[in-house]
Design a binder for this molecule. Structure first.
Ligand code: KG4
Ligand code: ZN
Length: 337
């Protein structure tokens, strides 16, 4: 079975072709980061217009790379939410247009389920059950995953997401948008412990997170340092990254221990962070568990994760053959699954 995956929920147009037997045949992502950089964040209307321009040429390119034709596709998987309404509508319209023209089923996918199942593209893929740490620009969640579609939310952020905290920290430090990778690179030059920042809710005893206070702490610390001193800025970035990583790691380990689960899966844009990866590899090794990451280029938004989640849903018979469609800008993973 050959699945075309389409992702247009935010500022990346992602297209992928996934073969049930042979795995990922080809995929391509067009990032709009350069276009939005001047505004310091994603401009929804510009995002929608760019998706319109990119989606079909990108699909043609992916089909050519895989040596396949449109008619070879057996099903189309598309992100229906959560995300920007205009951006989601572009992907959904294209998917349903293709589905109607080709007489193929269209499978609506939850963006976070795509992130959640993206480690299934890794070799070796994790076995169920596992604990999932979803850390993106909009989400910070710990879930118990018993199988495809069987997700139990253990806890999530009560305010900012981890990726959002990275982006705000970058802004304070005068780094380019999107901030996560830039803060991470700067932190590599910082001295651990030189700047100590709070670890919000680390001892709360539950799986909730809070990152907005940390942003304020970074702002206060930034006012105290010499902003022209590269080492001082690197030390502050290091202090921030260590605080975020400490909290994410502590709660992930507790989730593994309290559920008796032996595998941790990390997904979402912040999952590309090298400091978080190193810490989780070490921390899980210490308790005899394993940690699985999607391949780094599949951590941020892409079409492959939507194709994987779509295929999994298709095999469970979760498709809507009515031909009608809607998108869900706000949509929790627990709803409708
Ligand atoms: O999953 P994603 O591509 O989009 C959302 O669905 O939100 O995640 C984007 C977020 C951004 O906040 C970005 O700054 C962060 O992931 N990010 C990182 C890294 N790469 C991306 N944060 C820390 N370190 C990174 N290497
Ligand atoms: Zn995402």
């Amino acid at each position: 079975m050959l699945v075309l995956g389409i992702e247009t929920s935010c500022d990346e147009t992602g297209i992928a072709l996934l073969d049930e037997q042979r795995g990922l045949l080809a995929h391509a992502v067009h990032s709009q980061v350069d276009m939005h950089r001047a505004y310091g964040g994603v401009v929804p209307e510009l995002a929608s217009r760019d998706h319109i321009r990119r989606v079909l040429p990108l699909a043609d390119g992916v089909l050519a790379d895989a040596g396949r034709k449109l008619a070879d596709i057996d099903a189309i998987a598309v992100t229906l939410g959560p995300g920007l309404i205009g951006a989601l509508l572009v992907g959904a319209s294209v998917a349903h247009g293709l589905g109607t023209a080709l007489r193929r089923p269209v499978i609506g996918v939850h963006h976070m389920e795509g992130h959640l199942l993206s480690p299934l593209l890794a070799d070796p893929a994790p076995a169920f059950p596992f604990i999932a740490l979803l850390v993106s620009g909009g989400h910070t969640q710990l879930l118990h995953v018993a199988g495809v579609g069987d997700y139990r939310l253990l806890g999530e952020t009560v305010d900012d997401a981890a990726g959002e905290a990275f982006d705000k920290c970058a802004q304070i430090l005068g780094l380019d948008y999107p901030g996560g990778p830039a803060v991470s690179r700067l932190a590599d030059f910082g001295t651990p412990g030189a700047v100590m920042l709070p670890r919000p809710m680390i001892h709360s005893g539950d799986f909730a997170f809070s990152f907005s206070g940390l942003k304020t702490a970074v702002l206060t610390a930034a006012r105290r340092i010499d902003s022209t001193c590269d080492q001082a800025r690197a030390d502050l970035a290091r202090g921030f990254v260590d605080a975020v990583v400490d909290v994410l790691a502590a709660k992930s380990i507790r989730a593994l221990q309290s559920s008796g689960t032996r595998a941790l899966v990390v997904a979402g844009g912040v999952g590309a962070n090298s400091q978080l990866r190193e810490r989780l590899i070490e921390a899980t090794r210490c308790i005899g568990a394993t940690v699985h990451f999607p391949p780094p280029q599949l951590c941020t938004d892409n079409g492959a994760m939507i194709a994987v989640a779509g295929l999994a849903r298709f095999k469970r018979g979760a498709i809507d053959a009515s031909g009608a469609f809607t998108v869900h800008p706000r949509w929790t993973l627990a709803e409708g699954h």
